[in-house]
Write a new protein. Structure first.
Length: 256
């Protein structure tokens, strides 16, 4: 069995029982074409080149290139999963530290994060934003409202979400310098409700407007692809975690 076939078999096994079983089947049975179509034009082109080359009897190099791309895909998905896992752990800890009586359920927060992908914000940057905002609001619902304002502000001022979030955190704590630095002036001593209302009045609707542009659609599509990579990486991680202990025991027995 070739290394590429091994990769296909691993992916099929890893994704069995998840919502991506159909993708795993397509990956194995169609030599990766579906994953290429979904994840990148380059990958798709590589598979088409490989298929044509093999049919013509002169596709070995193209086949090897496609095999390398799939191997890189597996590695990239594992890294995406690890990064995702870390960002979720940090947000969970922030919620536990700052929200009194929090029951440990991140469903509402994660659902909101997934919804906001359509506006071109990554899961990682949204989690980072929420983690900071619950530190000052001490309330999940209010933090999500403030994050929405921060997203609108980020699009209006052409800054990243982290910068907009920092300005909002400062303002919600009574310090208006962060907002002033990006051109939003509020009176000293403004309450949290006044800060939120003022920013939404200035910037409300900006993230939705951005989402309807080509740039916004591209940003959202890229993050959806990353989310698929995370799911693939998680499935592969599960298989790897299960396989490693007996492998280590076997090697130890041989060495001993």
């Amino acid at each position: 069995m070739s290394a590429l076939a091994d990769v296909f078999a691993t992916v099929r096994l890893a994704l069995d029982g998840t919502g991506f079983e159909a993708q795993a089947t397509a990956l194995a049975d169609k030599s990766g074409k579906n994953v290429g179509d979904k994840l990148s034009a380059n990958l798709s082109a590589a598979w088409k080149t490989a298929g044509t080359g093999m049919l013509l009897g002169a596709g070995m190099q193209a086949f090897n290139d496609a095999e390398q791309i799939v191997t890189n895909l597996i590695g990239g998905s594992a890294e995406a999963y690890r990064t995702n896992q870390a960002s979720l752990a940090l947000l969970t800890q922030a919620l536990e530290n700052n929200v009194k009586g929090w029951d440990g359920d991140t469903t509402a927060v994660e659902d909101n994060i997934q919804k906001n992908i359509q506006y071109g914000f990554t899961v990682a940057e949204q989690r980072d934003s929420m983690g900071k905002l619950v530190g000052v609001t001490k309330d999940v619902s209010l933090a999500m409202q403030v994050e929405t304002a921060a997203m609108d502000l980020a699009r209006l001022k052409h800054i990243d979400l982290a910068t907009a979030t920092t300005a909002m955190v400062m303002a919600m704590g009574g310090n208006m310098r962060g907002l002033k630095a990006i051109g939003v002036t509020l009176k000293a001593g403004a309450t949290q409700a006044e800060v939120l209302a003022a920013v939404l009045k200035i910037a409300g609707g900006q993230m939705e407007t951005f989402a309807n542009t080509d740039a916004g659609k591209m940003a959202a599509a890229q993050e959806r692809v990353n989310e698929d990579m995370v799911k693939l990486g998680g499935a592969i991680s599960t298989v790897t975690t299960a396989a490693l202990p007996p492998l280590v025991e076997g090697l130890t027995a041989i060495v001993d």
